[in-house]
Design a protein around this ligand. Structure first.
Ligand code: SAH
Length: 462
C-alpha cells in the first residue's frame, strides 16, 4: 500500500492534481490484479490518498503474468503484500496524468513544490536500510522507516526483510511519483516483467530530471535494470552524455557480484527435467500430474518425443493445459502426438503403461502420505517405464524464504515436504523394491547449507 499526503493550504486540491475524486473510491483492473484508490483523509490542512493493490499469488505462480514457462514466481511469494514493481505499474496506470505534470485548471499547483509525504508499506529492503537514506535524501526528502521483528513471538528470527518507509519533502507531485515509480523496484529487486532494453529508455525518461546527478545513480541504475550488465552500461553511457559538462568518467567494469539474469525456479525445474529426458533415449513420455501443462508444452515442441501424454486428476488443470497447448487449433500431426487424460496416480491404470519415461514434477507432495504407497505401485510396479523423473521441494531450503514460517510449507495444498535425507531415503527404498537405480540432482540456486530449492530423483530401470 502507498499513501501520499499533501499538507498545505490547498490540501483539498490533491484530488484535482491526481485526477481522482476524493469522495469516491475507485477500482482499476490491471493485468495482474486490482488497484484501489481512496482517500483516508480529506481536510483543509492535510489530504491523503491511498493506493492499495490486490494480487493473487496463485495467478502469479501459474503464469497469468509473465513468462512462457508458467509463472515468474513460486507459489510462495510475497507479492500480495510487499511494495514492488506491481506498485510502480499501478502508479503509472492510476496516476499517469499527474506523473506527466499535466495539471489543467491547477497547473500552477502541479508545477509547485508542495509539502508531500509518501508512506510505502512493506518495502522489501533486505539489510539495506542505510541505502534508504542515501537514495531518498539527495532527492530532498526526510527519511524515516519502521522496521519489525520477523515474528514477535520469536525474536531469534531477527529483523523482517521489510520496512514501512516514510519520506517527506518539498517536491512537485510529478517528481514524487517518478521517484516512487523508479525507486520502489530498486529496493524490491524482483521485477514482475522481463527487463529488456526498453527499460533503459523508461528509466532515462522517468529519471530525466534527477537521475544523472544522483550520487547513487550507479546503485539505482544497476538495481532498476535488474543488474543486467549490458543494459546498465547502456544507461550509464546515456547518462554520462546527458551530463557531459561534468567531464565525469563512468567506470563500468563488470561487477563480479552481478546477479545473472533471473531464472525462475519453475524454469530451472523444467530445464532439469528436459535435460534428463534428452539425456535418455525416451521417445514416449507421460507427465503424471501435469497440471496446466508447462512441461507438456516443451515436450510437444520437440519432435524427438513421439508420444506426449499428460495426466491429471483435475479437469480444471487439464482444460488449462489444453488451452495452453492450443490443442483445438494445433495441426493434426501435433494432435496425434499429444494426449491429455483425466486419471488418478493412486489407482492402477492401464493407460499409464508402455511409456519410455514418466515425469512427476512437484506432484508427490500433493498426496496424503498414506496414499504414497499406492502411487509407488502405480508408477514403479504397474506403469513401469524405463525412466522415472521425480521432483519435489527440498524442505531445508524453506528457511531461505522470508515469508515461510519455520515448519511452514510452500503451498497450502502441500501435504508434506521432505528434507534431502527424507527424499533420498524414500527414493532409495522405492528403487530397491522395484529394481530401479536412482540418482539425485539439486535443482535451482544452491545454498551451501540448505541445498537447492528443488530436489530431483532420476530412476532408471535396471
Ligand atoms: N507438474 C505440474 C503441476 C504440479 S501441481 C507442474 O510442475 O507445474 C500438482 C498437480 O498434481 C496438480 O495439477 C494436481 O491436480 C495433480 N494431482 C494431485 N494429486 C493427484 C492424483 N492423485 N492424481 C493425479 N494428479 C494429481
Amino acid at each position: 500500500m502507498l499513501r501520499i499526503s499533501y499538507h498545505g493550504a490547498s490540501a483539498m486540491d490533491l484530488g484535482y492534481l491526481l485526477k481522482k475524486n476524493p469522495h469516491r473510491a475507485q477500482v482499476f483492473e490491471l493485468s495482474w490484479g486490482r488497484a484501489y484508490v481512496f482517500y483516508p483523509e480529506v481536510g483543509q490542512e492535510c489530504t491523503t490518498v491511498a493506493l492499495a493493490l490486490e494480487i493473487d499469488p496463485i495467478d502469479l505462480a501459474r503464469g497469468k503474468v509473465g513468462s512462457n514457462h508458467g509463472g515468474l514466481f513460486d507459489y510462495v511469494n510475497d507479492r500480495p503484500y510487499a511494495s514492488s514493481s506491481f506498485m510502480s505499474t499501478a502508479i503509472a496506470k492510476v496516476f499517469g496524468t499527474a506523473m506527466t505534470g499535466r495539471g489543467d485548471d491547477h497547473q500552477a499547483l502541479a508545477d509547485s513544490a508542495l509539502d508531500l509525504t509518501a508512506e510505502v508499506t512493506m518495502l522489501p529492503c533486505r539489510g539495506e536500510q542505510a541505502m534508504l537514506n542515501r537514495v531518498f535524501e539527495p532527492l530532498g526528502y526526510a527519511v524515516s522507516f519502521e522496521s519489525f521483528a520477523a515474528d514477535e513471538q520469536f525474536p531469534a528470527w531477527g529483523e523482517s526483510a521489510y520496512v514501512n518507509l516514510t519520506i517527506r519533502g518539498q517536491v512537485r507531485l510529478r517528481d514524487l511519483l517518478k521517484h516512487l515509480y523508479v525507486l520502489i523496484p530498486v529496493f524490491d529487486r524482483q521485477k514482475h516483467y522481463w527487463v529488456g532494453p526498453d527499460e533503459v529508455e523508461k528509466l532515462l525518461r522517468i529519471g530525466e530530471d534527477w537521475l544523472a546527478d544522483h550520487p547513487e545513480k550507479g546503485y539505482i541504475t544497476g538495481r532498476y535494470l535488474a543488474r543486467r550488465r549490458s543494459l546498465v552500461n547502456l544507461a550509464f553511457e546515456r547518462l554520462a552524455s546527458a551530463n557531459a559538462v561534468d567531464g565525469e568518467v563512468l567506470v563500468t567494469e563488470p561487477d563480479p557480484t552481478d546477479d545473472p539474469p533471473r531464472i525462475t525456479l519453475n524454469e530451472h525445474r523444467l530445464s532439469a527435467v528436459m535435460a534428463a529426458l534428452k539425456n535418455s533415449t525416451a521417445k514416449r513420455v507421460i507427465d503424471l500430474g501435469c497440471g496446466e501443462g508447462n512441461l507438456l508444452k516443451l515436450l510437444a515442441k520437440d519432435t524427438r518425443f513421439t508420444q506426449v501424454t499428460g495426466v491429471d486428476v483435475s479437469h480444471v488443470e487439464l482444460e488449462r493445459a489444453a488451452r495452453g497447448l492450443n490443442l483445438d487449433r494445433a495441426p493434426e500431426r501435433v494432435r496425434e502426438r499429444v494426449t491429455l487424460l483425466q486419471g488418478s496416480l493412486t489407482y492402477k491404470d492401464a493407460r499409464f503403461a508402455n511409456y519410455d519415461a514418466a515425469c512427476l514434477v512437484e506432484v508427490i507432495e500433493h498426496l496424503d502420505p498414506s496414499r504414497l504407497a499406492a502411487l509407488e505401485r502405480v508408477v514403479f510396479e504397474f506403469a513401469r517405464p524405463a525412466l522415472v523423473i521425480l521432483t519435489t521441494p527440498n524442505r531445508e531450503y524453506n528457511s531461505n524464504y522470508d515469508h515461510i514460517l519455520p515448519n511452514g510449507l510452500r503451498h497450502s495444498d502441500h501435504r508434506f515436504e521432505w528434507t534431502r535425507a527424507q527424499f533420498q531415503a524414500w527414493a532409495t527404498r522405492v528403487g530397491e523394491a522395484h529394481r530401479y537405480e536412482v540418482t539425485f540432482e539439486p535443482v535451482g540456486e544452491i545454498d551451501e547449507v540448505h541445498g537447492a530449492p528443488t530436489q530431483m530423483g532420476v530412476f532408471s530401470l535396471c
